[in-house]
Design a protein around this ligand. Structure first.
Ligand code: ASP
Length: 584
């Protein structure tokens, strides 16, 4: 028996009990005649004491030779600690060791295994198994387990069945680039790893499994923007014989359950916002509504004066920064430089100070009088003491820029509180999105999403205006889930492929299996998928997903621990009938 108890378990009630513990040496303190060792395992830390007087000299020598992270087993008596440590649960006791076995020695770890470590990100990723011994990472993984456990409990209770779908599938254009896997048995042919189980879950609906879920890995070969992973996990769900309202209710229920069980937070019914309103009011399809600072569109009150910058702009739009009038000139200049950084890309920023006495002072006083500026304040909801920041230009660009500024200022003002949760449904996304590169419309969500009833005709004349039965669940400024009501008849699906620029042959080759299935009695269906990694991170009060993934990849998509990806042998290539044609 390696252990009778774990290292987080013993209390004063165990005093005078003989115990056996196993774990890692966290650290030791050597006073010559007495040695203390902190023994650590997943459950906590227990202090061991080796005492020349009370045990033996050889034992103390053994203890003195223990290195950090040695794996040891000890037997001994639980005794009361002379100086108690109120900071740890086992702080009332220690173990007077009578026997020590070294189970395995350890090299000196390349960084300290402490909550606050001296190891940088790269080295911690290379030795991730050591990093996982640290409390913050360990706790994050345990937290993730708790979330997935609650997801399974809730959905199973609600009648959902977890079904696995294949990882070796066929390459289909779902939006991102596929990872492909060569097939040895089928020369010259490739599988693709799923970007999501989308078509399979729809086929499960045709198969009559009317409530499906799966906690599943998805793979997308995208250039990795900050905090994305090439493989990530979804809570993937689909339901049949439902309307949009049923889906929203089901998954609002799940999210509310998680917030309650995991965070102890009760949330009211989730507000809903149309996509168009989200863009107009927050410049963003995933607005953080924990705080105000909604956009005020100023075209009506700021154009047609003598200020040509505004007159020539498609959109003039501002936000009121609470208490912002206290910013010094220098601070405002810094803000202007911030919005002009290439990452944000604004050409400049106009501002108006809202003085406590109700007067205004703006950077464009030459063109606007007090009455004009009072209208700006009214539209942006600015109060005395606030600062109105105004950007102008191309509508889409300027919305994105002001949205970035809004988030930055909220961060600086401490308005993005990690322990506050503000979920929101964003509804009625556009069906299609114009792609500048290919000069074509693409499905904004995916090609299986149905247009809003009665809008199919509009596809011919104003494709960009067609709205979809598509919805996103947003939490604290992050999209945590998204889905749609699907097309479930062959004609509409073929029509959709046609509008998306697929020839009938291409559509048949890539999605023939789905359209065939639709001819055999496909029920109305729809669903959504949550991004589990991000959901867990946000519930955990953080925004970076890496700490919640046991073995994440870095920004270049590499696993630096196992050093992947890596070349393969010529023999393997030959077996796969592959020849390399490397660019460098
Ligand atoms: N498959 C979709 C996605 O990965 C989610 C859904 O429509 O259910 O975004």
């Amino acid at each position: 028996m390696y252990r009778s108890h774990n290292c987080g378990q013993l209390r004063a009630t165990h005093i005078n009990t003989e115990v056996t513990l196993s774990g890692w040496v966290q650290k030791s303190r050597d006073k010559g005649f007495i040695v203390w060792v902190d023994l650590r395992d997943r459950y906590g830390i227990t202090q061991l004491v080796f005492d020349e007087e009370r045990t033996s000299k050889t034992l103390i020598e053994q203890a003195q030779n223990l290195g950090r992270e040695f794996v040891i087993q000890v037997k001994g008596m639980v005794i009361e600690r002379a100086s108690k440590n109120p900071n740890i649960p086992t702080g009332d006791i220690e173990i007077l060791v009578s026997e020590l076995n070294i189970l395995n020695e350890a090299l000196l770890p390349p960084f300290t295994i402490e909550d606050k470590t001296d190891g940088g990100e790269d080295i911690r990723m290379k030795y991730r198994y050591l990093d996982i011994r640290r409390n913050p990472v360990k706790e994050s993984l345990i937290f993730r387990h708790k979330v997935t456990q609650e997801v399974r409990n809730y959905l199973s209770k609600d009648g959902f069945i977890e079904v696995e779908t294949p990882y070796l599938i066929k390459s289909t254009p779902e939006g991102a680039r596929d990872f492909v896997v060569p097939s040895r048995m089928n020369e010259g042919q490739f599988y693709a790893l799923p970007q999501s189980p989308q078509t399979f879950k729809q086929l499960l609906m045709v198969g009559g499994m009317d409530k499906y879920f799966q906690i599943v890995k998805c793979f997308r070969d995208e250039d990795l923007r900050a905090d994305r992973q090439p493989e990530f996990t979804q809570i993937d769900c689909e339901m049949a014989f439902i309307e949009q309202e049923d889906i929203l209710n089901a998954f609002e229920g799940l999210t509310r359950h998680l917030l309650k069980e995991v965070n102890g937070v009760e949330v009211e019914k989730f507000p809903r916002m149309l996509y168009d309103d989200a863009m107009r009011l927050y410049g963003n399809d995933k607005p953080d509504i924990r705080f105000g600072m909604a956009f005020g569109e100023l075209n009506d009150v700021a154009q047609h004066k003598d200020f040509s910058v505004f007159n020539n702009a498609e959109l003039v739009v501002g936000i009121a920064v609470p208490g912002g009038n206290s910013y010094t000139r220098k601070e405002i200049d810094k803000l202007i430089s911030w919005v002009k950084r290439p990452q944000v890309g604004a050409l400049g920023m106009v501002y108006t100070r809202c003085n406590d006495d109700g007067t205004y002072k703006s950077s464009v006083d030459k063109f606007y009088d007090q009455g004009d500026l009072a209208k700006w304040a009214e539209v942006t909801g600015a109060k005395p003491g606030d600062l109105i920041c105004v950007l102008s230009g191309d509508k889409n660009k300027v919305r994105a820029q002001l949205s970035a500024l809004r988030m930055e200022l909220a961060e600086r003002l401490g308005l993005r509180k990690p322990n506050e949760f503000a979920p929101l449904w964003v509804m009625d996304f556009p069906l299609l999105e114009w792609d500048e590169d290919t000069e074509r419309y693409h499905a904004m969500h995916h090609p299986f999403t149905s247009p809003k009833p009665g809008q199919l005709e509009l596809l011919k004349t104003n494709p960009g205006d067609v709205k979809a039965n598509a919805y996103d669940l947003v939490l604290n400024g992050n999209e945590i889930g998204g889905g749609s009501i699907r097309i479930h008849d062959k004609e509409t699906q073929s029509l959709m492929f046609d509008y998306l620029g697929f020839t009938p042959e291409e559509a048949k080759e890539q999605f023939g299996f789905l359209m065939d299935a639709f001819q055999y009695g496909a029920p109305p269906h729809g669903g959504l998928a949550f991004g589990l990694d991000r959901l867990v991170a946000i519930l955990g009060g953080q925004e970076t997903i890496r700490d919640f993934i046991a073995f994440p990849k870095n920004n270049s998509g590499r696993d630096v621990m196992i050093d992947a990806p890596a070349p393969i042998d010529d023999d393997q290539l030959t077996e796969l009938s592959l020849k390399l044609n490397l660019k460098s």
